[in-house]
Design a protein around this ligand. Structure first.
Ligand code: 26V
Length: 810
């Protein structure tokens, strides 16, 4: 067979949307029959989904190859986004929307007698992440593809993504997630792209040079998923590594009947890519986690160097061709690892290796919470990565000598620990925070001394989300209205949503906006009735708080105020109450007992309130289990109110807040993270602001009695705490929440009590505003109209200009 010549254009350059329906139909049937080996009468929903996925995938391969060829031919600089998490969700519908085949696919599937929606929902979420940080990585991949930014995402192909959540008597129970138990149609295994990853052992000095003699090795083997951008103009690669053993299966042992021992090396190696760590609350010094981080990082760097050298470039020119972004400190071993590869494998001297490495690396910080900042005991670090321990000490030494004014308490290795934040900072040419407020706090509180020594290194890149998934795909009614109103093309020029502002004064437009929201609410109400037996009234305010369960995010504040709300209705049954549905969604880390107790309380309060005939039509609580990306895609378009109520100074940015805004849900929130910028864009009239500021929070904590004083000053809060302590919501175990109530009185670190009254009042303003239909619709529409800043395209342009120095290829 003739080889396909590299210089001939790849054969699918016709606009993808023009693809005739018959060709797609034929391809689906061809895949059903020849790829899946299924005859049409016997095909199941799974078979049809797979056949459709393969037919859609075929149409991404063209743009994918073209993008790779162009990057290569034009010698373009590439971005390499290293992340322990990619929270992708479903892929099929996103791909269909991005290549413009939405209508064609619907028609063809209907023709084939298949329910397209059901096929879409048959796909399991790729849940290779915990929350915001992982979802951001997925949005960034999509935006880089949309902008034509040549890029690779590097991560781990976890066999088990984030656990599944169930409630048993209101308590969270975790079960393993199993997304790879079915074939995964979006990936291409690349067994030829494999690297040896060393661990442990000794460092020997021979001929005046250091040699690492590892004690263990595993193989990292690549699996590639194409990520296609808007309108299929560009596609990049998400390369996930799976672990394989270097030592072969032990046939001798097997033949002797020792089956378990024969399979041992295999089992051991595979643990490396077996499970995603589900705890993003507290750092734990687990050796397996360190090994996973090094596994990802070393495989990625070996791959990057191989590609760079095979293009005929010199190592000295690495920074001209390669930008590497560290998503939090999880891949911060990239600094010492790249130095090691350059020195030990390529004979470079330390000073040059250090310079090259620093010019390539950028570091994004995603949290200020001290308990989440990674630190490794030098014992563990030196044991797992003995050569890196030497290099880290050398880096620290170089830094101290080069900046002699560095205070003694600053450094990478301190108190027998390796601090990954300091390591990432020192090894990166740029460090960024994820919202304006957060970046200021990174400068002032997290790295004040390093910021003084390296002024200008810390920059801000406020997060964003992809409007293709989070508006165009998940909210067809609103997306359709937007296109009708401002014309086509807003999806990759989100500033054009501003055009909606001219129409908010038009009653016809407001009615259409209302109808779109209502359609989503009706659909959600139907889903909720089957999912968690809540009877939702589409005329109620849909008030939504979805995110990981953390004390600082204060789901507790929300549920306490729900109790106050319930009591107020009882006390004042004839007031003009606006019906409300309070929706919660989110998982707690399996070991985070306090978060699990909050989940239990929400469910207990929900059971009692939902069953109260006196308030049933005015207040309901829904907590559907197993919140994930797909559930977010149902909830967010149907939300009227976005709950963003963290203790100020604690939420680095938030990205859910941006998704709600885009979908026309005003925020009730504190001045925290990107809420600050949302408020700035949308204006104070269209945002329910309450609570202490970050500065006031710090001051308030200086008073050891702040909680008691706040409670004593608030009758509603006293009543709520009294009811919970008495067991009103846990009649089977009246003292269940004694501990929780005691902690609010005496150890209220996240200032739930101090902000309670302000929150309660702000919720009253929400009721008031919602009752005025025109006012509310105007607010909601202005939220959408002014959300353009929060496209992740804007964020990625910022990274390209300020951090990566990469030019878009389209
Ligand atoms: C930390 C750890 C600690 C070690 C064990 C595993 C693990 C996994 C994840 C994390 C990261 C927590 C940081 C995080 O997710 N930050 C969130 O990042 C979002 C994107 O920038 C931002 O919007 C959220 O405000 C921030 O909480």
């Amino acid at each position: 067979m003739e080889l396909y010549p590299v210089n001939r254009p790849f054969p699918t350059s016709a606009p993808l949307a023009d693809l005739p329906a018959e060709a797609l139909r034929d391809d689906i049937l061809r895949h059903l029959i020849y790829t899946l080996g299924k005859d049409v009468p016997h095909a199941t929903r799974y078979d049809w989904r797979m056949a459709l996925s393969y037919a859609v995938r075929d149409r991404i391969v063209g743009p994918w190859f073209r993008s790779t060829r162009r990057t290569w031919a034009e010698g373009r600089k590439r971005v390499h986004y290293l992340s322990m998490e990619f929270l992708i969700g479903r892929i099929l519908e996103d791909a269909v929307v991005n290549i413009g085949l939405d209508e064609t696919v619907r028609g063809v599937m209907a023709d084939l007698g298949q329910d397209y929606r059901a096929l879409v929902e048959d796909e399991p979420d790729a849940a290779l992440g915990n929350g915001g940080l992982g979802r951001l990585a997925a949005c960034f991949m999509e935006s880089m593809a949309t902008l034509g930014c040549p890029a690779y995402g590097y991560g781990i192909r976890y066999e088990h993504g984030l656990f599944r959540q169930r409630f048993e008597a209101g308590f969270q129970v975790e079960t393993p997630e199993d997304w790879l138990s079915q074939a995964h149609p979006w990936e291409f295994a690349r067994p030829e792209a494999a690297y040896v990853i060393p661990f442990k052992g000794e460092v020997e000095t021979r001929d005046g040079r250091d040699h690492w003699v590892p004690g263990e090795t595993v193989i990292a083997s690549a699996f590639d998923t194409p990520v296609v951008g808007w309108q299929g103009k560009w596609a990049n690669t998400l390369r996930l590594w799976g672990a394989k053993p270097t030592t072969q299966f032990d046939l001798d042992r097997f033949n002797r009947g020792d089956y378990a021992a024969a399979a041992e090396p295999e089992a051991l190696a595979r643990t490396l890519s077996r499970v995603l760590y589900p705890d993003d609350t507290t750092y734990q010094g687990k050796e397996l986690r360190l090994k996973q981080e090094f596994f990802l990082t070393s495989a990625a760097l070996q791959d990057i160097l191989r590609r760079h050298l095979s293009a005929g470039h010199s190592l000295a020119s690495l920074p001209a061709h390669v930008a590497i972004q560290m998503n939090d400190t999880h891949p911060a071993i990239a600094g010492p690892e790249l130095i090691r590869l350059l020195m030990d494998d390529h004979g470079m001297v330390f000073a040059e290796a250090l310079e090259i490495t620093r010019a390539c690396l950028g570091y994004t910080n995603h949290t200020l919470l001290p308990e989440a900042l990674e630190r490794w005991a030098t014992f563990t670090f030196g044991n797992v990565l003995p050569r890196h321990m030497q290099i880290v000490e050398r880096i620290d030494d170089w830094h101290r000598r080069t900046w002699p004014s560095r205070p003694h308490y600053v450094g990478i290795v301190k108190h027998h620990e390796v601090r990954m934040g300091e390591l990432a900072f020192i090894m990166a040419h740029k460090v960024n925070g994820v919202s304006a407020l957060h970046s200021d706090l990174v400068k002032a509180n997290l790295f004040p001394e390093l910021n003084r020594l390296h002024p200008g290194r810390i920059v801000n890149q406020t997060n964003g989300v992809t409007p293709r998934r989070w508006l165009r795909m998940c909210n067809r009614p609103l997306a359709g209205l937007i296109t009708e109103t401002v014309g086509a093309g807003w999806e990759d020029h989100l500033d054009r949503l501003r055009g909606l502002e001219d129409h908010v004064g038009d009653a016809g437009f407001r009615a259409a906006f209302d109808a779109a929201k209502r359609q989503n609410k009706v659909a959600l109400a139907e889903w909720l009735s089957s999912e968690c037996e809540v009877k939702a009234d589409p005329d109620a305010i849909f008030d939504v708080q979805v995110k990981r369960i953390h004390e600082y995010k204060r789901q507790l504040l929300n549920i306490l105020q729900a109790v106050a709300h319930w009591k107020s209705i009882h006390d004042n049954p004839n007031a003009a109450w606006v019906p409300r549905l309070r929706i919660f969604g989110g998982k707690a880390a399996p070991g985070y007992a306090v978060a699990k107790e909050i989940i239990h309380l929400i469910n207990d309060v929900g059971s009692v309130i939902n069953a109260d005939p006196a308030t049933r039509d005015l207040l309901q609580i829904a907590y559907p289990a197993n919140y994930n990306v797909s559930m977010a895609e149902r909830l967010i378009p149907a939300a009227d109110l976005s709950e963003q109520i963290s203790t100020a100074g604690k939420e680095a940015s938030g990205t859910g807040n941006m998704k709600f805004m885009m979908n026309g849900a005003p925020t009730i929130g504190t001045l925290d993270g990107a809420n600050v910028e949302i408020l700035q864009e949308v204006g104070a009239d269209n945002f329910f602001l309450f609570g202490l500021t970050a500065g006031e929070v710090v001051k308030r904590r200086e008073d050891p009695d702040h909680a008691r004083k706040a409670i004593e000053a608030s009758q509603p809060l006293q009543d709520v705490l009294q009811m919970i302590a008495e067991g009103r919501f846990s009649p089977d175990q009246p003292d269940r929440y004694h501990g929780l109530v005691h902690r609010i009185w005496h150890h209220d670190y996240f200032l739930v009590a101090a902000d309670f009254d302000a929150y309660h009042a702000a919720q009253g303003q929400v009721d008031h505003a919602y009752a005025d239909r025109d006012r509310w619709l105007k607010m909601a529409a202005l939220n959408t109209a002014r959300s353009g800043l929060f496209s992740s395209d804007r964020t990625i342009r910022g990274y390209m200009d300020e951090i990566w120095s990469v030019e878009p290829a389209i």
